[in-house]
Write a new protein. Sequence first.
Length: 427
Amino acid sequence: MGEIQALRGTRDILPEEVGYWQQVETRARDILFKAAYREIRTPIFEQTELFERGIGEATDVVGKEMYTFCDRGDRSITLRPEGTAGVVRSLIEHSLYTQGGVQRLWYTGPMFRYERPQAGRQRQFHQLGVEVLGSADPRADVEVIAIATNILQALGLKNLHLDINSVGNLEDRQAYRQALIDYLTPYKDELDPDSQDRLSRNPLRILDSKDKRTQEITQNAPSILDHLGTYSRQHFDKVQQLLTDLGISYQLNPRLVRGLDYYTHTAFEIQSDDLGAQATVCGGGRYDGLVAQLGGPETPAVGWAIGLERLILLLQQLQQPTLPSVDFYVVSRGDAAQDQALVLAQKLRQAGFSVDLDLSGSAFKKQFARADRSGAIACLILGDEEAANQTVKLKWMASKEQSAIPQAELLTNIEELRSQLHRGEGR
RNA sequence: GCGAGCGUAGCCAAGUGGUUAAGGCAGAGGAUUGUGGUUCCUCCAUUCGUGGGUUCGAGUCCCAUCGUUCGCCCCA
């Protein structure tokens, strides 16, 4: 039909659906406010180098998924593929780390990754994320996890499960990586082709391969948890103890590996049973090295991001779309009446009512049918007769009761009208 | 980047080589030239994503292309 369509992997959020988004935003905003997190809004594009250095050049996100282009000044620009790098850049740029010990921040907005779309995955998608910067305390890890579960729970989501793991610090991971390579190398020919490739590049990823034979082989592979140093071990034990104290159930998953280079220690994912292959609703973890990596002072940090499209997919399974309705629907026919109707609508809106004004000028019958569908509590009717004597008919949709009143009187007692409206609503 | 399925009106769809492309919802007009979730009538695709091919004849078969869906990779 129309030649121009939304680009692949992008889509319109139409009025019928937007209620879900508003619901998520208000719920989350409230919960984050109560936990003393402050919103931060950073640009949607950044210097390409920020993501290359922050996320890691070897990752798929940087290697093949970024929307990168040159602007007219010949700078390399990238549409942000995730939110953390921009927040950290901002923290450093504005020296936010000097304002007291810990920064608790949250953000939301569109992210961009050049990938093949599928269920729960688009090229432009939206995340809501939090970052706690400046604390290495395991309580920070658990606090962010708790906030994520609060948000998901407040929205009434079910069938979610939390997986946690520790990937330790850099030394732990290097030692483990070698142990894993030593274990897997004898089986190299039996691994699936992707995993053979990963053996040298990113062996930890082999652990969550979906290939059956590969899974059998990794069944007896060494566990990262046996390669954690004392500090990492203690940190992770504390995280688990605190989760238990808060009554948050979790599953220990030593195969859980997060994709971005900056993660250290705690890694976690919240997955849903009710999504397709892309089941992760929330993913996050600790990233103690990132701030320094990007040129700031050594600053431990932990955070997560929720994929809002996936969240809303789940919400839609639970709830009917909400149809917004209005207090008054104004029906009018005839030049003078239609003009007066506009004036009346304006005054009612200024008085705080919600008013839908029919602009069609079509037969009353049609206008009433639309009024009915709009869900309005009452109709205001202006025709030639009313226009001539400056009145308006007020009709309660549920009871079909109707009376004529002078236009000037309609607004003289707002409170009376408002309470009538509530009664009219009940009928 | 790879694999598989699908593409008929704003939406849901019938149609599986043979004259004018069912039906439903939504929409417009009317029966009721000022009154609504009911009823009835009328209208609403020179055309089946696009381009090419096979055929006397194609929405229906073939090829290409674009789009879309699901999966792989990867991630939220």
